[in-house]
Design a protein around this ligand. Sequence first.
Ligand SMILES: *[C@@H]1O[C@H](CO)[C@@H](O)[C@H](O)[C@H]1NC(C)=O
Ligand SMILES: *[C@@H]1O[C@H](CO)[C@@H](O)[C@H](O)[C@H]1NC(C)=O
Ligand SMILES: *[C@@H]1O[C@H](CO)[C@@H](O)[C@H](O)[C@H]1NC(C)=O
Ligand SMILES: *[C@@H]1O[C@H](CO)[C@@H](O)[C@H](O)[C@H]1NC(C)=O
Ligand SMILES: *[C@@H]1O[C@H](CO)[C@@H](O)[C@H](O)[C@H]1NC(C)=O
Ligand SMILES: *[C@@H]1O[C@H](CO)[C@@H](O)[C@H](O)[C@H]1NC(C)=O
Ligand SMILES: *[C@@H]1O[C@H](CO)[C@@H](O)[C@H](O)[C@H]1NC(C)=O
Length: 754
Amino acid sequence: MALTKMELTPILFLGFILVISVCQTSAQKYPEFEAANDELEDESSLLTYIVHVKKPSLQSKESLHGWYHSLLPSTTITQNQKRIIFSYQNIVDGFAAKLTPEEAMALEEKDEVLSTRPEKILSLHTTHTPSFLGLQQSQELWKGSDLGKGIIIGILDTGIYPSHPSFSDEGMSSPPAKWNGHCEFTGERICNNKIIGARNFIKNSSLPLDDVGHGTHTASTAAGRSVQGANVFGNANGTATGMAPDAHLAIYKVCNINGCTESAILAGMDAAVEDGVDVLSLSLGIPSTPFFEDGIALGAFSAIQKGIFVSCSAGNAGPLYGTLSNEAPWILTVGASTIDRKIEAFAKLGNGAEYIGESVFQPKDFASTLLPLVYAGALNTSDDSILFCGPTSMKNIDVKGKVVLCELGGFVARVAKGQAVKDAGGAAMILMNSENHAFNPIADVHVLPAVHVSFSAGSSIKDYINSTSTPTATILFQGTVIGNPLAPQVASFSSRGPSKASLGILKPDIIGPGLNILASWPVSLDNSTQRFNIISGTSMSCPHLSGIAALLKNSHPDWSPAAIKSAIMTTANKVNLHGKPILDQRLLPADVFATGAGHVNPSKANDPGLVYDIETNDYIPYLCGLNYTDKQVGLILQQEVKCSEVKSIPQAQLNYPSFSIWLGSASQFYRRTLTNVGPVNTTYNVVIDVPLAVGVSVSPSQITFNEVKQKVTYFVGFIPEGKENRGDNMFVQGSIKWVSGKYSVSIPISVVFV
Ligand SMILES: *[C@@H]1O[C@H](CO)[C@@H](O)[C@H](O)[C@H]1NC(C)=O
Ligand SMILES: *[C@@H]1O[C@H](CO)[C@@H](O)[C@H](O)[C@H]1NC(C)=O
Ligand SMILES: *[C@@H]1O[C@H](CO)[C@@H](O)[C@H](O)[C@H]1NC(C)=O
Ligand SMILES: *[C@@H]1O[C@H](CO)[C@@H](O)[C@H](O)[C@H]1NC(C)=O
Ligand SMILES: *[C@@H]1O[C@H](CO)[C@@H](O)[C@H](O)[C@H]1NC(C)=O
Ligand SMILES: *[C@@H]1O[C@H](CO)[C@@H](O)[C@H](O)[C@H]1NC(C)=O
Ligand SMILES: *[C@@H]1O[C@H](CO)[C@@H](O)[C@H](O)[C@H]1NC(C)=O
């Protein structure tokens, strides 16, 4: 059930993320499983199934395991195999077991069993960012939140490299008394006061040690301590600090280089809930899936019921619409943005033209003299895919001493293209973007002098190659440049809404730093004493938000996960450092399906004035309104639900801090409830910002809050206006803002015309 190379590479070339991809396994596909029992001794004929059962009355772990075991078909019991690989007790009622499709079907017939399904395989979807986000020591949030002291962030990822200086516990307090986890590295209750828990759920591996790097990177982004002089090849040099440097880390290894299994993710979330984490961070996912079949959505629902905040990556399948992962409304869905730091390089051509781009590997000994330039696509006219510089295409090609122009894509990772050029004798590589990814070059740790340039630059370079019989080029390295006024900008790979699993909820929720992020790494890449790496993906933006949520948990221990999310969303920035609307990779204003509420502004999130809160019971009428069956809603709630007895609501009626409206010819009416978390006796006035194509009415238009925690409901109407106002737009966007002297509480709106 491992990810095949073909499934993994398209994800890798978009960024570094592990995004879980669905493994199609079904009884029909494996007719050979109708074999006799004795052939089942071969473990490879068994698939891992997630088995959901009706809530058992038994409580202890041992009795649960025994009861789960008793449900298995008798054929499995006679064999000397460990069929149950995980028993869950906190986040779902059920277990993961190795079964044949026939056994799974037999199991499903039992009264106690709600459903069985083959598990899915998921894929895995920074020093400068604290100051970019306004989190200097002098700032209120870092002070007010004690740098996240006492908060426990659970990281589900590839494990951790615990001896990295980012995980030093110098000066840190011991974990809170509620901590119930343990450290498999030491066999003790804690590893140190920074990494207070580390557990492994990968069957192949004995320790939660990170042999990929991804988990070490994400953990240090969320909660790494300060490390001075952090850099990669001298670039991005500075002090590396996580978002919540004094928060504790609890590590759950649920992925390896092959990806992540759903059964292990459920086991990791199950353990994290029992261990007592406050925030869960998951930089992984599967493409859009109904919530009752999405392990992360299931686990996250139980987590928020216990007050645990869940932050997840949005996925790296952008920039196309409808490409999100982790869409459940009880999850914070985090897209990726650029920061104001570039690791600049230029492609310089023989005609004097220079094109800006990026690369982390900037060798000092590269002479930057003009060399012969070739377009990879012209190297073998009978190979249609050689333009992508894949290792197979380049195998017998000789580009000795030349600069090779390669194109993004073709299921070849960016760094692998450079390796193929290097292996073919190439001196350097110019990597041009695809049209979709446009003006969004990525700084990678290449293996040869290289520069990643925009699509338009690449097209000009192609024209130049055609215009002369002796094209030449070189690469000029510029090092680290801070102060890009276009930042933050939405990263091209960041997955886009609308949400497919729930059209009536606007996703992603927020964007945060995810392009060219420097953070800790198990090994040194440049043979220096520093172990850091610069990588990109929504995997990197998710832990930024997890750390920020930890800060907010510390300063507002009474806020629910929904209140924290609302605070983050209603205070988000809509403009870049230049004060202009946030742009996307085309350098056009990004829409709300790219940005959600906007770019996170941590200090403002600490004092939002008002929040849109949601209690876990509010999700029941919402889930029934999705037309899920009673059984499906029951799987999420872990309790019996009769939707016929619940007054179901349309999705847009959930008290979410945004609106996703699909508007036909009839007007639609909803309500929202605000909770005062700011000063009393404050009056807010509504400011509606929508284009002509849709009318929005809000009533009342003024609200005064006289008490702390006071709740006030307002009503919103969406009224279709004349089609002539729409132009060619399939959808429009806007916002509803409640404004007082100090506060501006803003929620985004998307209206799609249907
Ligand atoms: C487990 O380890 C073996 C041998 O190292 C390897 O071939 C296999 O791919 C691994 N399986 C997983 C799921 O990682
Ligand atoms: C990084 O910055 C520190 C402090 O400014 C300096 O001492 C160090 O030499 C720099 N390292 C590199 C590789 O530039
Ligand atoms: C050119 O491509 C064709 C088709 O893929 C392949 O058979 C041939 O070996 C390639 N030529 C070289 C020199 O690699
Ligand atoms: C370059 O010239 C070749 C041969 O004349 C032509 O096929 C190709 O389309 C040209 N490419 C560009 C980018 O103009
Ligand atoms: C690091 O050192 C090893 C062994 O000396 C060498 O092979 C490798 O090329 C070096 N890597 C870099 C990036 O300098
Ligand atoms: C649920 O079913 C009702 C009645 O058939 C329909 O009006 C509504 O659009 C459906 N909702 C969703 C989310 O499919
Ligand atoms: C708020 O207003 C009420 C009456 O309108 C008043 O009694 C109360 O003292 C005021 N509270 C503050 C903190 O100003």
